[in-house]
Design a protein around this ligand. Structure first.
Ligand SMILES: N[C@@H](CCC(=O)N[C@@H](CS)C(=O)NCC(=O)O)C(=O)O
Ligand SMILES: [Fe+2]
Length: 305
């Protein structure tokens, strides 16, 4: 006997899910980073956002457990990966985008202002002429307002500088991948003291994201588990951030925000992995070319940062 009630229910749910991205988060505890796989339930086309390459700075060894967990999920769900999206050149973890691209395909993309970041860090690390600094290490550079699709899902790019000059947020269907702009309401916002960072710009970027409709889903790039909470969390809404973000709720003025942010930033240590991360991430996640002995080296600038 065909179960027509169930068939109708399945059709109803599938219909309601059209245009709504399916989102799976992967949390990397050593760097408190959240990576995402986002896919279109209709076409099974997918994007991977802000992946993590495991790196042990004491031994200089890379490993792939985090990336392999994403690969296993993609295979289990039968997804086709079109995009490897970065919200910015991360200063706290290495990107696994090249490794994922090799295994799964897809184009590596970031915001067009990455060229500013490449120039600053290219200079700091005294990179040779083989490092182009024109964004060409990436397959695609996005500008504010750019639109593309993941299967039938609509994606709009918002340039949201402040944490770095090149940060972008990806608005995919009803979900926003905010990168390092805001964090969960009880933790607040991203720091603005990296090279090219700017607390005033960050405030404007926050207000821009928070102008989206109240029920817009927001997915954070990090969670640092503030005192008073016992579970890591990374999903919230525009409404919850506007009501409750401890740094940026409605009513906080730009000057108040900037004073708070600059005072807090003055107390923060550099991220544990900033030196390896920026050297690799400015090259779209690729290591610098190996020396003539075949070994790849990452530099440590002394008294320069
Ligand atoms: N302890 C962390 C710090 C990471 C960090 O500085 N995170 C940045 C994002 S890349 C941030 O915005 N932190 C905001 C804050 O702590 O106020 C590490 O060493 O990786
Ligand atoms: Fe960051």
């Amino acid at each position: 006997m065909p179960d027509s009630a169930l068939e109708n229910a399945i059709a109803q749910v599938s219909d309601a899910q059209k245009g709504v991205p399916i989102i799976r988060a992967f949390f990397d505890k050593p760097t408190f980073t959240v990576s995402y796989v986002v896919h279109d339930p209709e076409t099974k086309q997918a994007a991977i956002i802000d992946s993590v390459l495991d790196f042990d700075p004491a031994s200089g060894r890379t490993s792939f457990a985090s990336a392999d967990a994403i690969i296993a999920y993609v295979a289990q769900q039968g997804l086709a990966v079109d995009w490897l999206l970065e919200t910015h050149a991360h200063a706290d973890h290495l990107s696994a985008a090249p490794y994922l691209q090799q295994k799964l395909g897809g184009k590596i993309a970031i915001g067009e202002h990455i060229v500013t970041v490449q120039n600053v860090f290219g200079k700091l690390f005294n990179a040779g002429t083989d490092f182009q600094r024109d964004g060409s290490d990436f397959d695609q550079l996005f500008a504010d307002g750019d639109h593309f699709q993941i299967g039938k899902l609509d994606v709009t790019v918002l340039h949201v500088p402040g944490h770095t000059p090149a940060d972008i947020a990806y608005v995919i269907g009803d979900a926003v991948f905010t990168g390092d702009t805001m964090f969960m309401p009880d933790y607040g916002t991203a720091r603005a003291d990296f090279p090219g960072g700017n607390a005033r710009q960050l405030f404007q970027s926050l207000r821009r994201i928070l102008s989206l409709p109240a029920t817009t889903r927001l997915f954070m790039c990090h969670d640092y588990l503030p005192a008073g909470r016992t579970e890591y969390a990374w999903e919230t809404t525009v409404e919850a951030e506007r009501k409750g973000n401890i740094h940026a709720h409605d009513g906080i003025t730009e000057d108040e925000f900037v004073a708070m942010r600059e005072a807090r930033d003055a107390t923060l240590d550099m991220p544990r992995l900033i030196l390896p991360s920026v050297q690799v991430n400015m090259r779209a996640g690729h290591m610098p070319a190996a020396d003539d002995n075949g070994i790849t080296y990452l530099k440590i600038p002394v008294n320069a940062v």
